[in-house]
Design a protein around this ligand. Structure first.
Ligand code: MCA
Ligand code: AMP
Length: 512
């Protein structure tokens, strides 16, 4: 039978720590009991929303939904009313899973709520309760629905921003999760003996799928920091954690902290693997971390729609600036605007074509790691694929002579990557235009040492003499969309630069 969590279902590592958030933790047996009991209550539900705070309850809720074969829609608990309203309207969940005591916003008020109860009693102790049977040699056998058996059935719907319009729900099948996690296990020699530490949010692929479901699929452990801090990373690495996952902003902050904290360098040196992803890790941060710790940071490249595509291998050489080679099972090619193939990998993994470190093309991928489409958006799904069925990532890259992928840019200038979050400029412009003091708005990314890019806004106010304050506009966006989408820089103009067709010329926006 296809199972996403063999170790959980078989009971083979019943007493091992599965999840730890702060001072609360669950062994595999306890997780099986908690998630198993909840899964029994979810059996037959439609899609369920998951109030994805960085807590044990979110991890248990996600595992329960997966055990029950019910697709889960993780929600950013900081989402504003417009964003949340859109996601709930679009994904139409039948109920919402949340931690007991969490206050939910009005946009979720109409939904049935199920509290995620975490128990430290095992199924064996509780007996066969609420649909959970304890069998000899196993800790939990959860009611198996057809969806659980079918690797093609949807597991998660993860919302991701595009250049224009509201976020789209990427439907991620069970097969993709299994395929990507097993491919990473191969690339990183990732086993049940690994203990992962991270402080990533749990409503995106990186933190939830790679960072929580990843260790659970291996039968290993995850320790979540609740919120990222250099001290937390050092503490957990000192206390036996073997791997660290983070976005480049987190590695930047570690690099900054290294100067003041010799203990941090020691802790990082002790890790088996330091992994960065979601955006490019700047060379300067690579170098500072290597100089202080002797350790290279492994980069992997993925996307909500594709999960993971490439990685530097644990047994390979870390060359800053590259994201490694395609993961097992992933087809990857670089393609010119007119569809001409520039460089690609043969089925046996050898590079072909112009792998010269110079010829730039769009990365296109295919494989079992891909999503099945955008929810309710067949038009957008069709547009995401080439005529011959490859997913168009929009990322531009070269293949180096050793076959490594080096990402050099992005096709769409209206996509911003800030702190590892993908943010669509159009979505923020629309929110800004709803402010009564704004006549015109343009949004673009600006380089930033900490966030990679920051969200910058150019505003033509209704009244040039009395423009709204930058803080007011930031709050306006944070309350409607999400705090990470708020403009960090606001400049006021008399008019936006436009071409004869009236299109805003973003390259001509004044930057000081
Ligand atoms: C400040 N705050 C505000 C406002 N100003 N809140 C509301 N309105 C305002 N005007 C609050 C924030 O909510 C936050 O609250 C605090 O002030 C600090 O905010 P901020 O500066 O935005 O946070 P940060 O500390 O700079 O965040 C950096 C970060 C974060 C921790 C690195 O960007 C992050 O977690 N990034 C991870 C992104 C990620 O996981 N991406 C994966 C996407 P408080 O302090 O209370 O929190 S998946 C993906 O990309 C693919 C698949 C892949 O390859 O992985
Ligand atoms: P998201 O839609 O949030 O899943 O973000 C996916 C995008 O993040 C990709 O299309 C890339 O542009 C970017 N990305 C992810 N990992 C890396 C990496 N290691 N280096 C550079 N860009 C990355």
């Amino acid at each position: 039978m296809f199972s996403l969590f063999p170790a959980l279902v078989s009971g083979s590592v019943a007493d091992r720590s599965a999840l730890r958030f702060g001072d609360r933790s669950l062994t595999y047996a306890e997780l099986a009991a908690s998630a198993g009991a909840l899964a029994a209550r979810l059996d037959g539900a439609g899609r369920v929303a998951l109030w994805a705070t960085p807590t044990l309850e979110t991890a248990v809720g996600a595992v329960a939904a997966l055990l029950a074969g019910v697709p889960a829609v993780p929600l950013n608990p900081r989402s504003g009313e417009t964003e949340l309203g859109h996601i709930v309207g679009d994904s139409a969940p039948s109920l919402v899973l949340a931690a007991p005591g969490d206050t939910l916003p009005a946009a979720l008020g109409a939904l049935e709520r199920i509290d995620v109860e975490v128990t430290t009693e095992t199924a064996a102790e509780e007996g066969a309760e609420a649909g959970v049977e304890a069998e000899e040699g196993t800790e939990v056998v959860v009611g198996v629905t057809a969806a659980v058996r079918d690797p093609a059935s949807p597991a998660l719907v993860v919302y991701t921003s595009g250049t224009t319009g509201p976020p789209k729900g990427a439907v991620i099948p069970r097969r993709a999760i299994a395929a990507t996690l097993d491919a990473l296990a191969d690339a990183w020699q990732w086993t049940g003996d690994d203990v992962l530490v991270h402080g990533l949010p749990l409503f995106h692929v990186h933190g939830l799928i790679i960072g929580v479901l990843g260790p659970l699929r291996r039968g290993g452990s995850v320790r979540h920091l609740g919120r990222f801090s250099a001290e937390g990373v050092a503490r957990e690495l000192d206390a036996g954690a073997t791997m660290l996952f983070g976005v480049p902003t987190m590695y930047h902050r570690l690099a900054e902290a290294l100067g003041e904290d010799p203990g941090l360098a020691e802790a990082l040196r002790g890790a088996r693997l330091l992994v960065s992803g979601s955006a490019a890790l700047p060379l300067h941060d690579h170098e500072r971390i290597r100089a202080a710790t002797g350790r290279g940071v492994v980069e992997r490249y993925g996307m909500t729609e594709t999960l993971m595509n490439t990685s530097v291998r644990a047994d390979g050489e870390v060359r800053p600036g590259t994201v490694g080679v395609p993961l097992p099972g992933v087809g990857l090619r670089l393609v010119e605007e007119d569809g001409t193939r520039i460089a690609w990998y043969e089925a046996d993994g050898t590079p072909a074509g112009a792998y010269d470190g110079e010829s730039v093309g769009e990365i296109q991928v295919r494989g079992p790691n891909l999503f099945t489409g955008y929810l309710n958006r067949p038009d957008a799904t069709a547009a995401a694929y080439s005529a011959d069925g490859w997913f168009r990532t929009g990322d531009m890259a070269v293949l180096d002579p050793d076959g490594s992928v080096r990402i050099v840019g992005r096709k769409a200038t209206d996509l911003i990557k800030s702190g590892g979050y993908k943010i669509g400029a159009g979505e923020i412009e629309n929110a800004l235009l709803e402010h009564p003091g704004v006549r015109e708005a343009a949004v673009a990314g600006e380089p930033d040492a900490d966030l990679g890019e920051l969200v910058a806004a150019w505003i033509v106010p209704l009244d040039l003499q009395a423009p709204p304050s930058a803080g007011e506009l930031a709050d306006h966006v944070a309350l409607r969309l999400a705090p990470h989408k708020r403009p960090r820089t606001v400049r006021f103009l008399e008019a936006l630069p436009r071409n004869d067709m009236g299109k805003i010329l973003k390259r001509e926006l004044p930057r000081d």
